[in-house]
Write a protein that binds this ligand. Structure first.
Ligand code: B12
Ligand code: SF4
Ligand code: SF4
Length: 414
């Protein structure tokens, strides 16, 4: 869900066009340019024609609480190994630090609502659950293209400069979206629109144009706490606060190392991301299925047989997931996730898939093959595998997995 590279997309108003040569927001506006309400209306029309579902405007100084809240989140260590969140905190917390000339922040939402309830898929233990957002093209690519196009349009209509962001630069898109009135941050921290529910991607455009700001949205969670209660790994220490280190989305997508043992069983068959807290939000009753063809679910990217996935090597992984967000984890992390799902399946018929991976080149994979088999095989079979491998195993983490997998077994064999 996150990406560190920045899109250096500064689009200046067209050279040679009306107003060319004037500084942003300068006094010499010419009649070819629009401003104020007319500019906002024309821009929104264009953005909607390009497929955005909601467009709202915030002032750059509209998130005064964000810096201290971000700081508290970082100090609590809730960002885990996403060091770039801490490295960019100063610029992230205030749009004016990122770009001092910014006068208006445009927030755009694109609905990616699923056609069916994704939670029904969690019962298929022999198949891997892929998060709804990752079942087609990488949304960064899709939205970035649209943002650049509509930002170019804005630059051509106003005597101003623009920059586009979609989860690609240090911008706090959620509090900005709330300040712009696009939706409110629910107790699960995701932005919920009263019109579209919470299946929304966000994008932002910064501009030097002065656009009339919209009123902020207020919170509509009330006494509901469905999202907090359903979380399989208890990732919410309190409403409106997420400890990413416990979130399956972070663990299966962002986290590069071994997944802590106490969180593995909660992961179930979720092999790339998680949607539980989103799927239960009652505001989704207003949601509609997403319209953008490149984001509509591809059937070959939903509920994939774990047995097939466990066979992927590096080239076949890359080929299979080219153009999708899944490719970003790389093969080893993905197979780590698949093995956790195999371990959680309770299906001894899947054990052979983990057995083949006991000798994989990646310690990340070997360790999870051991863990999965420890849950699926009888103690004697596990002891035979250990006898063949434990002595030669040089990786301390994999050795530790063997030790833990054999602990109860030694008692059972005695
Ligand atoms: C880091 C990140 C993650 C991390 C951390 C998530 C998080 N909640 O911060 C991980 C990897 C876990 C993640 C997961 C997901 N992500 Co993500 N992620 C981001 C990213 C890059 C930054 C978010 C951030 O700034 N976090 C820092 C914390 C401090 O921010 P915060 O959660 O907004 O914290 C606020 C609250 O805590 C609040 N607060 C604190 N105390 C209190 C008290 C009260 C009373 C109130 C009202 C508020 C409040 O104040 C803080 C500041 O506003 C954004 C893109 C972006 N540039 O904004 C995408 C983004 C948030 N992700 C997105 C998505 C879709 C997801 C997933 C659904 C993907 C998936 N299916 O697996 C999950 C959802 C999990 C969840 N419940 O959040 C979308 C959300 C769209 C939306 N409608 O809101 C974004 C905006 C990307 C995008 N451009 O569309 N993500
Ligand atoms: S995405 Fe899943 S694991 Fe993460 S907070 Fe939501 S329900 Fe919990
Ligand atoms: S599920 Fe309930 S508490 Fe959670 S965001 Fe939706 S309305 Fe708010």
């Amino acid at each position: 869900m996150v990406r560190q590279d920045q899109v250096p997309a500064v689009l200046s108003h067209a050279p040679g066009g009306p107003g060319a040569g004037h500084g942003a927001g300068g006094p010499l506006r010419q009649s070819g340019f629009l401003d104020g309400d007319a500019l906002k209306r024309t821009f929104i029309e264009r953005a909607k024609a390009l497929g955005f579902d909601i467009v709202r405007i915030a002032q750059p100084d509209s998130i005064p609480l964000a810096p201290e809240r971000l700081q508290a989140w970082l100090e609590a260590g809730h960002h885990g190994s996403m060091d770039w969140m801490a490295d960019t905190a100063d610029r992230r917390a205030d749009p004016r630090t990122l770009w001092p000339e910014v006068r208006s922040v445009i927030l755009l939402g694109l609905n990616y609502g699923p056609a069916d309830d994704p939670l029904a898929e969690l019962a298929h233990k022999d198949r891997g659950y892929i998060s709804v957002y990752a079942r087609n093209r990488d949304y960064h690519d899709v939205i970035k293209g649209k943002l650049k196009e509509v930002a170019g349009f804005l630059a051509s209509k106003a005597s101003s400069d623009v920059k586009v962001f979609v989860d690609t630069a240090p911008v706090m898109e959620k509090p900005l979206a709330e300040a712009a009135g696009l939706g409110f941050q629910g107790k699960h921290t995701v932005v919920v629109s009263r019109e579209f529910g919470n299946w929304l991607f966000l994008g932002a455009i910064f501009t030097t144009a002065e656009l009339p700001a919209d009123a902020p949205e207020r919170n509509h969670c009330g006494s509901c706490r469905r999202c907090l209660d359903i979380c399989p790994t208890n990732a919410f220490p309190a409403p409106y606060q997420l400890d990413a280190r416990r979130c399956i989305s972070y663990l299966t997508i962002e986290h590069k190392g071994h997944i802590p043992e106490e969180l593995r069983s909660g992961i179930g068959n979720r092999i790339f991301g998680c949607d539980d807290c989103l799927a239960v939000c009652p505001w989704n009753k207003f949601a509609q299925a997403g319209r953008e063809a490149r984001l509509v679910q591809r059937d070959d990217l939903a509920l994939l047989p774990l047995a097939d996935l466990a066979r992927l090597d590096d080239p076949s992984f890359r080929a299979r997931f080219a153009g999708t967000p899944i490719k970003r984890t790389g093969r080893d992390r993905f197979i780590r996730n698949v093995l956790i799902a195999i371990g959680n399946s309770g299906d001894a018929g899947l054990a052979e898939n983990a057995e083949r991976l006991l000798d994989d080149a990646s310690p990340l994979v070997r360790a999870m093959a051991v863990w999965a088999l420890g849950r699926l095989l009888p103690p004697k079979a596990m002891a035979l595998h250990a006898a063949e491998r434990l002595e030669q195993e040089s990786d301390p983490d994999v050795r530790e997995e063997w030790r833990r997998a054999m602990e109860p077994r030694i008692e059972a064999l005695a």
